[in-house]
Design a protein around this ligand. Structure first.
Ligand code: KIV
Length: 271
């Protein structure tokens, strides 16, 4: 259970400590200082300025139109609201297409206040991860459903249901850790696969639609509050405002449910 005495500011090495000690990591997305402050005060460990901002803040149909400047603007806003949580920033579509581009974008996001950047995929992104980590930029990887692949995937679908696809995601998870990633988001994969990856992975896994066995969980703020974003609401989303009674209460209820293992239950996960 989170108490104010746990309020030591998060650093990147503490992620490995949390995995070793079996402490669940609580992560949410934020886009401004006000909500970031509520998260910081109510037990959220990791705050992500996701490129989901393209869909929930800017009103686009996908994350593809988001630019580095967009993310940097929101990172600067969010960083002013945080004292304790670790701030992670998404590298938007195309910004990680080459190691050099990724370095320039990551420096802009770190200058804006981020402590870590997140990028989607493995394959040629392994070189990007290595390049950034060798240059002292902490990296969070993101596998499973990678929303920046929406054109190739033809939609937002659960990944890793077939044996070969599951094996590939597991192999990629080990590769991103080997390349130097310090954290791994697993999005929309069957719970059993996420559990196997979490067991095998030397770095903490953060699930979103990936079941309860992950080392932590993340949700998009608007989904946690049941806001109508104009997009289909996936199965893994839970509105915590109903039980929390206020925005702070919803964040607290989510943090407690992640820490106790109550969220996600089977109704908010994929088999
Ligand atoms: O962009 C985002 O908000 C994300 C989370 C859903 C993990 O990548």
């Amino acid at each position: 259970m989170y108490t104010s005495t746990d309020a030591k500011p998060w650093t990147v090495p503490m992620l490995a400590d949390a995995k070793r000690d079996g402490r669940k990591l609580v992560m949410l997305t934020a886009y401004d200082a006000g909500f970031a402050r509520v998260m910081d005060d109510n037990g959220v460990d990791l705050v992500l300025v996701g490129d989901s901002l393209g869909m929930v803040v800017q009103g686009h149909d996908s994350t593809l139109p988001v630019t580095v400047d967009d993310v940097a603007y929101h990172v600067a806003c969010v960083s002013r609201g945080l004292e304790r949580a670790l701030l992670i920033a998404d590298l938007p579509f195309g910004a990680d297409a080459t190691p050099e581009r990724a370095l320039d974008a990551s420096l802009a996001l770190l200058r804006a206040g981020a402590a870590m950047v997140k990028l989607e995929g493995a394959g040629h992104k392994l070189e990007v991860i290595r390049f950034l980590v060798e240059r002292e930029i902490p990296v969070c990887a993101h596998l499973g459903l990678t929303p920046q692949s929406v054109l190739r995937l033809g939609g937002y679908k659960v990944q890793g249901r077939e044996d070969a696809a599951a094996k590939k995601i597991l192999a990629d998870a080990l590769e991103v850790a080997k390349a130097g990633a310090a954290l791994l988001v697993l999005e929309c994969v069957p719970s059993q696969l996420a559990a196997a990856i979490t067991l095998a992975s030397p770095i903490p896994t953060i699930g979103i639609g990936a079941g309860a066995a992950c080392d932590g969980q993340v949700l998009v703020l608007h989904d946690l509050l049941g806001a109508n974003t104009g997009h289909r609401r996936p199965k893994f989303v839970k509105n915590f405002l109903a039980e929390g009674g206020s925005i702070a209460g919803a964040v607290k209820a989510y943090a407690e449910a992640v820490r106790s293992g109550a969220f996600p239950d089977a109704a908010h996960a994929y088999e």
